[in-house]
Design a protein around this ligand. Sequence first.
Ligand SMILES: Cc1cc2nc3c(=O)[nH]c(=O)nc-3n(C[C@H](O)[C@H](O)[C@H](O)COP(=O)(O)OP(=O)(O)OC[C@H]3O[C@@H](n4cnc5c(N)ncnc54)[C@H](O)[C@@H]3O)c2cc1C
Length: 329
Amino acid sequence: MTDSESCIIIGAGISGLLAAQRLMRYDMDVTVIEKCKTYGGRMAVKQLGDAVFDAGAQFMTTRNLIFRERVELWLSKGEVKPWYPGPLKNMRYVGSNGMTKVSDRIGESLNVRLLEKAVKVKFSKNRWKVTTEVHGESANRSYEADWLIMTAPVPQNLDLLDASKVELDYDDEVELRKIQYLPCLTIMAQMNGPSGLPNPGAMDLNHEVLRWIGDNYMKGISPVPGSITLQCSTKYSSDKWKLSDEDLIQNVMTAAKPYLKADLVEAIIHRWRYSDPVRIYNEKHPFRKPYFIDDNLRIGMAGDGFNGPRLEASGLSGMELASAIISPV
Ligand SMILES: Cc1cc2nc3c(=O)[nH]c(=O)nc-3n(C[C@H](O)[C@H](O)[C@H](O)COP(=O)(O)OP(=O)(O)OC[C@H]3O[C@@H](n4cnc5c(N)ncnc54)[C@H](O)[C@@H]3O)c2cc1C
C-alpha cells in the first residue's frame, strides 16, 4: 500500500466495520456507506414497546483465536456478555443489550454514512467513484477512493456491479455467481408472561416450521419477560415467503405453542432474504482465501459468502481482506 490511500466500503455489517477498523489503523482514509439507519446489518435489533429482540444473529461464537481476542476486548468493555456454551463447550456471546451494542461501538468510531444507498460504482483512472442515494433527499452524493470493498450479500454486490456495467474477471465472476443464500422468516413476539422455555432460553429445533426459538429476556437483553425471537426453517421460509404477515404470525405461533407457556400479545416479522450462504467463494479450492480481491481493479468483497455463515466468519473475512489490501502478498 502506498501512503495516504483511501477506501470506500459498502455495508456497515460486521465484515465492513472490522475491515474499516483495520484499514484505519494503517492510516487509510475510509468511508463506509450504509443504506440502513443503524450499524450491524444482520446483527439487527428490533423493539416492540420496551421489549428488545435480536432479529438476526442470536449469538456469536469464538472458534478462531483472533476473533476470540476481539470478543475478550468487547467483554472487558461490557459490550458483550456470555450466554451459554455450545455443543463444543465454546461459550456463545451476546451483545450486552442486543447484538448491535457491538456494531454501534465500532461504527461510532468510524466515518460511516448511514441512510445512504450505493446505487452506482465506477472505476476510472485507477480510482473508484461511488454514487449514493441519500434517504429523504433528492440530490445524490458521490465519493471517490483508491479501493472499493463490497460487503453486502454477494448477489446484491453483483447486481450493483451489473447495473454499473463494471466487469470482473470472467472466472472470478463465475465463482461469485455460485454464492447463493437461504431465506429466513423471523418473528419477534411479545407474550403475556414468561415464555416457559427451559434455561438458558435457547431452543435449536429440527421442526418443519421452526429452527430456533430464543428468549430475549432470559438472554438478558430485553427488560420485558416473554419477548421471544422465532426463526422459521429454510423450507418453510422458502415455501411461505409470500404469505401475509398476519397469516405467518398465526401459523408460526400455532407451531410454537407446544414449546411455550404464554400467549401472544403482539408480533412483528422480518423477512431475511439473505440469511445463510449455501456455499462460499471458491469452496473447493485448496488454497481458498476468506475474501475476494482483484488487485488490478482495486476491488474486494468480504462477508459470510466468503468464510461461512457466522458473525465470527464474516468479521474475520473483513479483517483478512483489509490485511490483504494493506500488505499485498
Ligand atoms: C436470521 C439470522 C440468524 C443468524 N444467526 C446467527 C447466529 O446466531 N450466530 C452467528 O454467528 N451468525 C448468525 N447469523 C449470520 C450473521 O448474522 C451473518 O453471517 C453476519 O451478520 C453477516 O455480516 P456481513 O457483514 O457479512 O453482512 P451484513 O450484516 O448483511 O452487512 C451488509 C450491510 O450492507 C448494507 N448494504 C447492502 N447493500 C447496500 C448498498 N447498496 N448501499 C449501502 N449499504 C448496503 C446492508 O444494509 C448491511 O448493513 C444469522 C443471520 C440471520 C439472517
